[in-house]
Write a protein that binds this ligand. Structure first.
Ligand code: AMP
Ligand code: ZN
Length: 465
């Protein structure tokens, strides 16, 4: 079945036509590991996971590369300020390596909690310094880069066209709309490929230009070329990467080989919190662990992300999380009902179910239209007759959704506050002492706190209500 993807490069939905008909090559810009990843960052990872799973559903093999930025990402995208890693190391009184290891570990824990597949290749920027250096040297040799007293800059005026991906107004900037930090830059949009390190800078490497470190954009160009070649199929990232990071990756690549590195550029929109930006000053920077702390399965958040297209803004509220947690529970219970069902399916039923399957497939192939795809998942869940074949269909859908539809709704994996756990323990004790009045009183108290306890033959089960 045909796949259509919205390509930022052409601002159109296009038929997907990979270079190699069997294996799709993807590069995703990964995290800068200097602080906790937010649920906003995770929205980008979720859409990338759906893209992977959709391609696999269509029978493709994948070679997906994701980088870990552990050097060179400055506080401002305009080549200004400190390196984010160095700043964080100073503030937390650790080495940049300790900072990188710590936040990388947390990042992968979040991916695991969200049942996000790990890309085939994960590469850390600091492991590719020599490849980056070689890339910059080649650009200098080809006349696309020049040295100033502070850095090696890419000369955007040497390109036939800049920008190609975004709507930057280069002419306006040329007229002096912005005051530049480095007066030695030839053009306002020239960007740093390689930065000369001040004397006591923590992360620096020897280079023809003395002790220095890479700029942010060069790492993705060097690593994608190393693993995926000069041109590959898909490049992904959050929408904020379009005007600077991705524009400059394209510039670098055109300087090296005259080609735009990827054929399809796919960008995920932002997550809003209560209709606005996530910001420290508003105290609304949420992490996945905040969702877990309130007792929700992290996959509730993944399901919430399917309520609109990855290309639209999504609004996060706790009310939406609460409603989605009920939906996830209904989906999982619906799966169990089919699994345990013995209703006979007629030819007509099978035809309807095949149609549902086809419509689901068309929806995911249409630029990952998850709200529409979910409507067909619900049709299957709510199908009047209950039969194991429908449970199997739901499992097939779940290879794309990744919401563990076959997980039984128990206390497993749900974080419960200490207060509720204490009540649960007391109730257990009361039951052992056959004090049924006390046990019932505690059950009511637990219910008031939003949990239901059930006594089953496998012991006590707790779930959110
Ligand atoms: P940052 O750590 O802020 O550099 O973000 C890493 C990446 O996560 C960014 O490049 C964005 O693509 C993505 N991202 C950051 N904030 C959000 C958000 N609120 N919604 C969706 N994606 C985001
Ligand atoms: Zn990148």
């Amino acid at each position: 079945m045909d796949i259509y993807l919205y390509n930022t490069l052409t601002r159109k939905k296009e038929l997907f036509n990979p270079i190699d008909k069997k294996e799709v090559k993807i590069y995703s810009c990964g995290p800068t590991v200097y602080k906790d990843a937010t649920i906003g960052n995770m929205r980008t990872n979720i859409f990338q996971d759906v893209l992977r799973r959709m391609l696999i559903y269509n029978g493709y093999k994948l070679k997906h590369v994701m980088n870990i930025t552990d050097v060179g990402h400055l506080v401002s995208d305009g080549d200004e300020g400190e390196d984010k890693m160095v700043k964080s190391a100073r503030e937390e009184n650790k080495t940049p390596l300790e900072i990188a290891n710590h936040y990388t570990k947390l990042f992968f824990e979040d991916l695991k909690d969200l049942n996000i597949q790990t890309p085939e290749i994960i590469c850390k920027a600091t492991d590719y310094i020599q490849e980056m250096l070689k890339y910059v040297e080649e650009l200098v040799k080809k006349g696309f880069a020049y040295e100033t007293s502070t850095a090696i800059y890419f000369d955007v005026s040497k390109l036939d066209k800049y920008p190609v991906l975004s709507n930057l107004n280069v002419e306006e900037q040329k007229a002096g709309a912005r005051v530049d930090i480095d007066p030695e830059k030839k053009n306002p949009y020239d960007f740093a490929l390689w930065i000369k390190a001040p004397e006591n800078h923590l992360m620096k490497w020897d280079s023809p230009w003395g002790p220095s470190y890479p700029g942010w954009h060069i790492e993705c160009s060097a690593m994608s070329r190393k693993h995926l070649g000069e041109q590959f199929d898909i490049h992904t990232g959050g929408i904020d990467l379009i005007p600077t990071h991705h524009e400059n990756e394209i510039a670098q690549s055109k300087g090296i080989c005259g080609k735009i590195p990827a054929r399809y550029w796919i960008h995920g929109e932002y997550l809003l919190i209560n209709g606005g930006k996530m910001s420290k000053s508003l105290g609304n920077v949420y992490l996945l662990k905040d969702i877990k702390k309130r007792g929700y399965d992290p996959l509730v958040y993944k399901l919430l992300c399917y309520s609109c297209s990855y290309r639209n803004k999504l609004n996060f509220t706790w009310e939406a999380i609460e409603a989605t947690s009920k939906s996830l529970e209904r989906l999982r219970n619906g799966y169990q009902n089919h699994l345990n069902g013995n209703d006979k399916l007629s030819e007509e039923d099978r035809e309807i179910l095949n149609k549902i399957e086809e419509k689901f497939h068309t929806a995911i192939n249409d630029d990952m239209n998850m709200p529409l795809a979910m409507s067909y998942v619900w049709e299957a869940v709510r199908y009047e007759k209950k039969n194991k074949e429908i449970a199997n269909l739901l499992l097939k859908f779940d290879t794309v959704l990744g919401i563990k539809i076959d997980k039984k709704e128990t206390n497993e994996g749900i974080e419960i506050s200490e207060e509720v756990m204490e009540l649960v323990k007391e109730r257990k004790k009361a039951r052992q002492e056959k004090n049924w009045t006390e046990s019932d009183r505690l059950r009511d108290l637990i219910k008031e706190k939003g949990y239901e306890v059930k006594d089953t033959k496998n012991g006590m089960e707790i779930r959110r209500i």
